[in-house]
Design a protein around this ligand. Sequence first.
Ligand SMILES: C[S@@+](CC[C@H](N)C(=O)[O-])C[C@H]1O[C@@H](n2cnc3c(N)ncnc32)[C@H](O)[C@@H]1O
Length: 296
Amino acid sequence: MSDETDPQTAIDAERDRLDGDRDDRIHEYGAGDDQPGIPFVGAGPGDPRLLTVAGKELLDRADLVVHAGSLVNSELLEVYCADAETVNSIGKDLEELVPLMGDAFEDGRSVVRLHSGDPAVYGAALEQMDALEHEGVPTYLVPGVTSAFAASATLRTQLTLNGVANHVAFTRPQGTTLDPEDDHVAEFVGMGDVTTCIYLGTHAIPETMDRLLDDGIDPETPVAVVYHASWPDEDVIEGTVATIGEAVEAAGYRASAMVLIGGAARGASEEGYERSYLYDGWANRGGDTADAEGDD
Ligand SMILES: C[S@@+](CC[C@H](N)C(=O)[O-])C[C@H]1O[C@@H](n2cnc3c(N)ncnc32)[C@H](O)[C@@H]1O
C-alpha cells in the first residue's frame, strides 16, 4: 500500500469522487450481506451474545481484528476470535491504522475492524473507510447494537413511547471536541417529547445537568444513567436532572455510561403513557395504510 497519501487528502478525494456519483455497492448489497473488503463491524454494547450473527461469522474467520480497546469486551475477543491476531486501536492515528489494516488485507489476510456498539454512532468509521478505499481497499459496514438500545433494554423501557416520547436524539455534550454552540442537549430535552441519549458524556454529567437547570429545564425531569450496559459490572443510577449529577459523582463513574433523559427513561411520564394505535383495534378499523408501518 502506498504510504504517501495523507489521510485527510484521501478522505477529501474519496468524498469528491462520490459526489454526484453514488457508490454502485449501495444497490448491489444490503446490510448484513457478505461483501469483498474489510468489514467495519459493530461489536454491540459489551455482552458477546449481543453481537450479530453476521459479526460473529466474520470474527470466526478473521486473521486480524483491530478493535476499539476497552470499549469492546475482551471476553468477546476471547470467545469469538481466539486464533486471530488482535490489535487495540486506541492511541493509534489514521496514519498508523490505515496501512496496518490495508497491508494485511493486501497480503490476503482476513481483516475485521471492530467498533463498539454500532459503528455508525460516534464511531469515526467513515474516515478510516474512506482512507482505505482511496488506497484501493474495499470496506463495508456491519451494524451492531448501539449502547442506547442496550440501556433501554436494561431499563425495561422503550425510547419512543406513545404520549411521552415521540422522538429520540442521539447526542453528546460540549467538551474538548464539541464547541458549546454545538451542544444541543438542552434543546432536545426542552422539546419535552424527546428521549435524549447522551453518548461520551459520563465525565461531565454534573456540569451537563447544571447547564440544563440554567436553561430552565424542569429539575424533576427523569434521568437514568446506565454504566457498562450489558457488561457483568453493569450499574443503573436513576434520578432527576436535579439529583443525578451528585449520585453519579458518588458512584465514581467517569466513562462508559449512557445517559437517558426524559419520561421514557422511567417507562412513563407522571401521567403514564397512552396505549398505541396499533393494538387499539386499528387493524380492524381499516386504518390509513400510510400509517401501516407506524407502530411495531
Ligand atoms: C466512542 S462512543 C461509541 C459509541 C458506540 N459506537 C455505540 O454505538 O454505542 C463511546 C460512548 O458510548 C457509550 N457506551 C458505549 N458502550 C456502552 C455501554 N456498554 N454502556 C453504556 N454506554 C456505553 C458511552 O457513552 C461512551 O462514552
